[in-house]
Design a protein around this ligand. Structure first.
Ligand code: URA
Length: 190
């Protein structure tokens, strides 16, 4: 794995592998600690992210910041990115060909950051990293070990913002605690 952060960011910046890049204001590669032990992956940039070029800075991102603080972490401690680096029109779910075009960049980000744990935020992040059979309501909350990385699927923060019953919020809180505990456990064996 020879790519550097600079060349990866240039590749993303100049990418025209799918049509998503046609109508955006900014690419949103991702940001945070380049050697974070915890990485978070969402679906794709929204309105605020497209305007700023930064992942998870809108309402879902503000909730994500609070979620991280609840397990004693700051955004600067983690690496945050998305399955696709360009905003899909009207925030629609990325199409399989769009995700496929962008996934090599995510793989390069895995290789550069080398996180111990990855939180998958929502169905799209789950499907494109764990496979087509992934269902967030069924599969969230259980770690999957893949290529030496512990993946924890959970709800997307946007789903938590819409969660009127509080059930998903409670489950996401359990998932976060499991991530905190896994990081602590990995600390003791490293
Ligand atoms: N939703 C996502 O999936 N990613 C972002 O960066 C913002 C909102």
């Amino acid at each position: 794995m020879n790519v550097s952060w600079d060349s990866l960011n240039e590749m993303i910046e100049s990418c025209q592998k799918c049509d998503l890049c046609r109508e955006i204001n900014h690419k949103v590669p991702g940001q945070g600690d380049p050697h974070a032990r915890l990485m978070l992956i969402g679906e794709g940039p929204g309105f605020e992210e497209d305007r700023s070029g930064l992942a998870f800075v809108g309402p879902a991102g503000q909730l994500l910041t609070k979620m991280l603080l609840s397990i004693g972490m700051n955004r600067e401690d983690v690496y945050i990115c998305n399955i696709v680096k360009c905003r899909p029109p009207h925030n629609r779910i990325p199409e399989p060909d769009e995700a496929a075009a962008c996934l090599p960049y995510l793989r390069m980000q895995f290789a550069l950051v080398r996180p111990r744990v990855i939180m998958l935020l929502g169905a799209t992040a789950g499907r494109y990293t764990l496979g087509d059979n992934f269902r967030v309501t069924r599969d969230r909350g259980r770690f999957v070990l893949k290529s030496g990385i512990w993946f924890m699927p959970t709800y997307h923060p946007s789903a938590l913002l819409r969660d009127e019953t509080g059930v998903k919020k409670r489950e996401a809180w359990q998932d976060l605690q499991a991530v905190r505990d896994k990081l602590a456990e990995l600390d003791t064996v490293e």
